[in-house]
Design a protein around this ligand. Structure first.
Ligand SMILES: N[C@@H](CCC(=O)N[C@@H](CS)C(=O)NCC(=O)O)C(=O)O
Length: 352
């Protein structure tokens, strides 16, 4: 289901023949949208790289790097993307810091890292990246958790009992890690809508977010929107259709793969069943006023500690999520907003 699932080393585009010349090692979970942001920057700058797929549970491939990120909770953890540049000895995590490093070390072609571009990047990292991940995982956990074992435990054959049970346990652990049960209280939909609608407003009259050329801000938005496509509330949002088109066009121009395994897997399930969890019970139509891009000093990261016994507490969290998530079934129509009925505002009205 997932390309290269289970591989311990995942080839960059110049491997394997040029492995000995590789300059940058990219530590990754291949499905991470933050990782895709860095892969895209590396390819754009035509820097040679190789990827190391990490174990998502132990992250043991990264332990020698001693480069951890500080989460919003204050905990310090290994995160991907992290790079090691053999040419300079630099080791860095945080996708936007990595892009700044690449821009300084490999300046051409440029990603135009002006202060304005950096502000957009950090806002997208802290909003589109986090909220998109949280809401897409919520959808998968509730619609078909076995897809999660395809990502985290690819050695379990798809469709097997093991994969189904493991998927539910992972769904529980992720529920704790990303606070799925608090999506409403944390106003995750609203924050994501405001950021995307602000970008959409700018892109309605410009081809790029900043200036007249492709910058790291465009790259960041297009890469980090990938999980958002899985969330029907946004996928079918009438004021975001042009933004999705802009993204598709940009991916096409830059030869980026548009779809990863978990996305196709969920789409297949939705098409087979004919429904998705597409309606959000508590949301009134979002009449978003575009925001100013906030001046952030660093990207937020909302990952939480999963506690001491996540395998025991996870299933209870998952059951409670199912009871309280507030998502309702809507008819699933593949291919976008065209066939969707909407109320006067933005809320999808196809309850079954
Ligand atoms: N702000 C960071 C976010 C990085 C991040 O959260 N990466 C996730 C993968 S999407 C991760 O490393 N997760 C490891 C874990 O959950 O333990 C960036 O821009 O690089």
């Amino acid at each position: 289901m997932v390309a290269a699932a289970g591989a311990s080393a995942f080839a960059g585009r110049h491997l394997p023949t040029l492995r000995w010349r590789s300059m940058i090692t990219l530590y990754q979970l291949h499905w991470s949208h933050y990782v895709e942001k860095v892969r895209w920057a590396l390819d754009f700058k035509d820097v040679e790289w190789q990827a190391v797929e990490i174990d998502p549970f132990t992250k043991k491939q990264m332990h020698h790097l001693r480069c951890r990120t500080t989460l919003d909770t204050g905990r310090r953890e290994y995160t991907v993307p992290t790079i090691h540049d053999a040419a300079t000895g630099a080791v860095l995590s945080e996708s936007s810091s990595i892009i700044e490093y690449l821009e300084q070390t490999y300046p051409a072609p440029t990603l135009h890292l002006t202060d304005e571009v950096k502000r957009w990047m950090l806002w997208f990292d802290s909003t589109v990246g986090l909220a998109g991940r949280r809401l897409a995982y919520t959808q998968i956990a509730l619609e078909d958790p076995s897809i999660l074992s395809g990502l985290f435990l690819p050695q379990f054959p798809a469709g097997s009992i093991k994969a189904n049970v493991a998927g539910r346990i992972i769904a529980g652990v992720l529920t704790r890690r990303f606070r799925f049960r608090h999506n409403r209280a944390d106003r995750v939909f609203e924050q994501l809508a405001q950021c995307l609608l602000t970008a959409a407003e700018r892109l309605a009259s410009h081809a790029h977010l900043v200036g007249n050329q492709f910058t790291a801000a465009d790259l960041t938005l297009a890469a980090l929107m990938r999980p958002v496509v899985l969330v029907p509330y946004f996928r079918d949002h009438p004021r975001l259709q042009r933004l999705f088109e802009w993204r598709t066009q940009l991916l096409h121009e830059h030869n980026r793969t548009d779809r990863v395994g978990y996305e196709s897997a969920l789409q297949e399930v939705r098409e087979r069943r004919g429904w998705a969890l597409g309606a959000v019970s508590w949301l009134s139509p979002i009449d978003c006023v575009p925001a100013e891009v906030p001046p952030l000093a660093a990207a937020h990261n909302d990952q939480q500690s999963v506690g001491r016994f996540p395998l025991l507490s996870g299933p209870f969290e998952y059951l409670r999520l199912k009871q309280t998530c507030g998502l309702r079934r809507t008819t699933y129509v593949s291919g976008g907003a065209a066939a969707v009925t909407l109320t006067a505002g933005n809320q999808i009205s196809r309850h079954r």
